[in-house]
Write a protein that binds this ligand. Structure first.
Ligand SMILES: [Mn+2]
Length: 300
């Protein structure tokens, strides 16, 4: 109950000097936590996502307790707290992945994760597999992220999904928001071969309601690369692609989720490329909407 009391304390109703949530002291009756994974050594272009967690905490400080569109008090309902950051090791991808998997496995609550580059999702999915067996994945991104390797290397922020499929961690996979230039037409063929339901940005813009019907039901992990949002709304990221979702679009898509959320990440926020906290505030709000949908599903 300690986290709930902290949420009601005067210190918390004012703005915390850390993030929006009180720091976890003990995980009693805590249904969900915020967790930072400050790792960006698997990025292929602009770095900086290791500073995502601290910027997203800063971006969360303006969030108020009641979500009027979902009609829920997410922090209160889930008795949430901030579980701090995973101790990833700069420069050591495989070691960091092992540590991320271990740390996420230890948390007996649904994690809402701030990345970090997209490679962190692979060890998180390994941890999900340990707890739940195979899970569904809803992946919002401007990129496919199922390439086999980059520079001959298997673990990068563009290959995590291929590895997760090879390791048998996933059931249904639905991708949304794909756009931009590709390496070749093979990328499109690969999504069919890998049995992934891939929807482009045009699918989202022109037939969103049909796409929503393709979303899975049951236990589902959500992974959102902030670059699914247009760089005009989310400039602080490593591999921006023009012609994306608006900030309003992404919030509405998350609010429409009906499946059971077992984990949720927002990755690739790179604060050194951000302007006026626009990207980190958006990331904090996307996580808030995810928490709200989960909270709503736990109330009668
Ligand atoms: Mn991406």
């Amino acid at each position: 109950m300690r986290q709930l009391d902290a949420l009601k304390s005067p210190r918390f109703t004012q703005i915390s000097t850390y993030g929006r949530l009180p720091i976890c002291e003990e995980l009693v009756n805590v249904k969900a936590v915020f967790l930072g994974i400050p790792f960006d050594d698997a990025t292929t272009y602009r770095p900086g996502a290791r500073f995502g967690p601290s910027a997203i905490r800063q971006g969360s400080r303006l969030l108020r307790p009641y979500n009027q569109f979902v009609d829920i008090h997410p922090f209160d309902t889930l008795n949430m707290c901030d579980a701090g950051d995973v101790n990833a090791i700069p420069g050591y991808i495989e070691d960091s992945m092992r540590i991320i998997e271990e740390e996420v496995s230890k948390i007996n609550a649904i994690p809402f994760i701030a990345g970090g580059d997209h490679s962190i999702t692979l060890p998180v999915l390994r941890a999900m597999y340990k707890t739940y067996g195979k899970v569904n994945l809803v992946h919002l991104d401007s990129h496919y992220d199922f390439w086999d390797s980059y520079w001959g290397k298997k673990y990068t922020h563009g290959t995590w999904l291929r590895r997760a499929l090879e390791e048998g961690l996933l059931k249904e996979v639905v991708q949304m928001g794909i756009r931009g230039s590709l390496y070749s037409k093979d990328d499109i063929e690969d999504s069919k071969r890998l049995k992934i339901k891939s929807f482009t940005i045009r699918d989202l813009k022109y037939k969103l309601e049909e796409v929503k019907k393709q979303l899975p039901s049951g236990k589902t992990y959500v992974s959102i690369d902030i670059d699914v949002v247009d760089p005009a709304f989310a400039p602080g990221t490593g591999t921006p692609e023009v012609g994306g979702l608006t900030s309003f679009d992404i919030l509405e898509i998350v609010r429409s989720f009906k499946f059971d959320i077992i984990g949720f990440d927002v990755v690739e926020v790179s604060p050194p490329y951000d302007v006026s906290e626009i990207t980190s505030m958006l990331a904090a709000n996307i996580l808030y909407e995810g928490m709200s949908v989960l909270a709503k599903s736990t109330t009668p």
